[in-house]
Write a protein that binds this ligand. Structure first.
Ligand SMILES: Cc1cc2nc3c(=O)[nH]c(=O)nc-3n(C[C@H](O)[C@H](O)[C@H](O)COP(=O)(O)OP(=O)(O)OC[C@H]3O[C@@H](n4cnc5c(N)ncnc54)[C@H](O)[C@@H]3O)c2cc1C
Length: 417
């Protein structure tokens, strides 16, 4: 990055940029936009070329974005590019399925009308969200993108951080952010250890078209080998996240489309009429990985680099976007007070805000997955009683709905109306 014209002067030392972000997936671009809105100059580095990330077939996921995450996207100015492709989530129905029998009648029912805030969230396909982020990055003068370059080394000193790219180029910054996913090299190079384990489950993901309208209702069927989520997309389409044992998922992935649909139908049921595949199938190995610290000297982690969790509650990206909003606020406030943005007290403020919350969420998703991904009659009894109790108490339902909408806890400014 030897472009002196772009260098910024900070406390008597020049850096290429204020903040270098490793990882241009979803959380990295969101953070870059949030920081640029606060006046920081940001450089986003990703190993993959822009064309690859912009390809509509790059990632088959669709995300249940909580209301708080939607507000963040609105405040970052990109919701307008997404709104037409977003399906409001009005209700969630949770069902305990039995082996070979498909889902029983629903046992938990959450309706957005109970909290009077609007939809609990929106389903947005990756292809629309990613494109909106990348377009916004390209249009922002404060953001530099380095695509198709892998970060291979990093170092920090009292004044800043330096990353080295495989091509031999370097980027210097006052602060380095790791948004480089579950195997974060930024975390490893900073000496941050991780806690976690694999689930021996794979998430098989695809979109289906169905005869009947879904009514904006998201369904979660707890099946013996893992949950099956049926999540409403625009039109008469739904996104499927089918968590199965690794072996079964490999079989499902190897099937042709007709055989796959034959395997899906008994679990899916017939409540939406006849189903057909709409697009390709994707699979994602599932694991839990939690960074033991979200910060190190002049380094902070956001998104999956900090916490990768089971998609059972559809909260991974929402948690990452909350990191983004919190860190952007901590850094903007620190700069307004004249503090060094990479200093220990500033980093610790971010860690205090986010680490406990995300660790609690990760443990909760882990417990839910273990409690529900089995056919043990004793555990079935306990969970069915638990679901019945929550469903019967309006205050408990409302609390769950506020949690799903991302409205509980200390909301960062960017996630408020
Ligand atoms: C099946 C499934 C369904 C899900 N559904 C939901 C949902 O409904 N709602 C929800 O909130 N969350 C959901 N999630 C979670 C969500 O997908 C993730 O939390 C989110 O995609 C993480 O984004 P990220 O930007 O943190 O990381 P990533 O998307 O992993 O991006 C990391 C980026 O870093 C780059 N990179 C890595 N190393 C380097 C390097 N050395 N140099 C340069 N670049 C590098 C990579 O190329 C990549 O682009 C789901 C997850 C799964 C598996």
């Amino acid at each position: 990055m030897d472009n002196p014209a772009r260098r910024v002067l900070c406390r008597g030392m020049t850096h290429d940029t204020d903040i270098a972000i490793v990882g241009g997936g979803l959380n990295g671009p969101a953070l870059a936009l949030a920081l640029a809105h606060s006046g920081f100059r940001v450089t986003v580095i990703d190993a993959l070329p822009l064309d690859t990330r912009n390809d509509p077939g790059f990632d088959g996921r669709a995300y249940a974005l909580a209301l708080a995450s939607q507000r963040l996207l609105k405040n970052l100015g990109i919701w307008g590019a997404i709104a037409d492709h977003a399906q409001p989530m009005l209700e969630i129905k949770v069902t305990d399925g039995r082996a070979g029998e498909g889902p029983s009648p629903w046992m938990l029912h959450f309706d957005h009308a109970e909290i009077e805030e609007g939809p609990m969230g929106y389903m947005v396909e990756d292809r629309h969200l990613r494109r909106a982020f990348l377009d916004a990055l390209a249009e922002n003068d404060r953001i530099t993108q380095i695509a198709g370059e892998t970060v291979v080394a990093q170092s920090v000193d009292a004044r800043g951080a330096k990353v080295e790219l495989a091509s031999g180029k370097t980027v210097t910054a006052r602060l380095l952010i790791g948004s480089d996913g579950r195997r974060s090299g930024t975390a490893q190079r900073a000496g941050i250890t991780r806690t976690g384990w694999g689930y021996e489950q794979t998430g098989v993901v695809c979109a289906v078209t169905h005869d009947r309208p879904h009514g904006g209702i998201a369904h979660q069927f707890f099946m013996p080998h893992g949950p099956l989520a049926i999540l409403p997309l625009t039109g008469n389409r739904s996104s499927i996240v089918w968590s199965e044992t690794d072996d079964r998922a490999a079989e499902l992935t190897a099937m042709n489309d007709n055989d796959f649909l034959d395997a899906l139908r008994p679990a899916f049921g017939s409540f939406l009429g006849e189903i057909s595949l709409s697009g390709a199938r994707f699979s994602y190995p599932l694991n839990l990985t939690l960074a033991d610290s979200f910060i190190a000297d002049r380094v902070a982690l956001v998104g999956d680099a900090a916490h990768g969790m089971h998609p059972i509650a559809g909260q991974g990206l929402n948690a990452g976007l909350r990191d983004v909003a919190a860190l952007a606020q901590v850094l903007a406030d620190a700069r307004a007070r004249g503090e060094d943005i990479g200093s220990v007290p500033v980093m610790q403020r971010y860690q205090r805000w986010r680490r406990f919350d995300t660790a609690t969420l990760a443990v909760a998703t882990d417990t839910f997955n273990k409690l529900f991904s089995n056919n043990n009659p004793f555990l079935r009894g306990i969970r069915d009683i638990g679901m019945g109790v929550v469903n019967a108490i309006p205050a408990a339902r409302r609390s769950f709905i506020r949690e799903a909408a991302g409205l509980s806890g200390d909301l960062p400014r960017l996630m408020r109306c």
